[in-house]
Design a binder for this molecule. Structure first.
Ligand code: URA
Length: 272
């Protein structure tokens, strides 16, 4: 791949026109993606030794000035008696600088009490605008994936419903990965969120939620392997944003969805 900065404007334009002639009609990402580097990184991840405990839940308080945000978060989350109280506690939490750059607090969507709770990473641009998790392109794919096994965030019956949240309630700038200290200070809220929503099964979407709740990284090895967290069965899955970039991985996601459906309904009725 030619590095972008090695191109003069005329060559770059000619390459672009060539893409258009080939039928490309729109740019599908906000920023260019080096797919060669992506493939190399994924191969390295698959080849790496088994996932080890990763992100510390306990991060040293920064610089020692002011109260420890993790301790403040823990106390605020513990005080929340219900989901509305937890949302209010998050809204009042001043320990995370991401809040200042975000337009909205993205708390949750779907049906509290649903059998399945999905925990994603963090809001993107569309979620930040609308104040709801997973409403952009990745979210639309997520909806289609779960609809294929009869689950929806709009379902009235909790047996067919989803409840959806993220590790981070505020959009990180330029959609960068959440930092370990940000994950650590949000973890008490996420744990309380799960306790109050009381799902039967947790689905962790992508690396960041696995890092937060399982203390493990390496979603390509973790996906599809049932595990446990907070006393609940947990199914890690690849993030729908990853599936948009790597459509070939959808077959693994489909097998994970089937595993989830089988877990929820081990003896489906014979309708023939
Ligand atoms: N990705 C996530 O992990 N969560 C969202 O809400 C949107 C995109």
């Amino acid at each position: 791949m030619i590095p972008a900065n090695a191109l003069d404007p005329a060559t770059a334009r000619a390459l672009l026109e060539w893409q258009v002639e080939l039928g490309a009609t729109e740019a599908i990402c906000e920023a260019p993606v080096d797919r060669y580097a992506l493939a190399a990184a994924e191969a390295a991840e698959r080849a790496a030794p088994p996932a080890a405990p990763a992100t510390p839940a306990h991060v040293e308080p920064a610089g020692g000035e002011g109260p420890d945000p993790v301790a403040v978060a823990r106390a605020a989350a513990a005080d929340a008696a219900d989901l509305a109280g937890l949302e209010a506690a998050l809204a009042a939490f001043e320990g995370c600088a991401l809040k200042k750059g975000a337009q909205t607090l993205v708390f949750a969507d779907g049906v509290p009490g649903a059998r399945v709770m999905i925990v994603g990473e963090a809001p993107g641009r569309d979620e930040d605008r609308q104040g709801k998790p997973f409403v952009g392109r990745a979210g639309q794919l997520l909806d289609r994936m779960f609809a294929a096994i009869g689950l929806s965030r709009a379902a009235e019956d909790p047996a067919q419903a989803l409840y959806i949240t993220n590790v981070l309630p505020w959009r990180p700038p330029q959609n960068r990965d959440p930092r370990p200290d940000e994950i650590a200070m949000m973890l008490p809220f996420v744990e309380r969120h799960i306790a109050l929503a009381a799902p039967e099964v947790l689905v962790l979407m992508g690396n960041i939620s696995c890092q937060a709740l399982l203390r493990r990284k390496g979603i390509l090895r973790l996906r599809g392997q049932w595990t446990e967290a907070l006393g609940l069965p947990v199914l890690p899955m690849t993030h729908p944003a990853y599936l948009l970039r790597q459509p070939a991985a959808k077959r693994h996601a489909w097998s994970d969805l089937l595993a989830l459906a089988a877990h929820l309904d081990p003896e489906p009725k014979d309708t023939t």
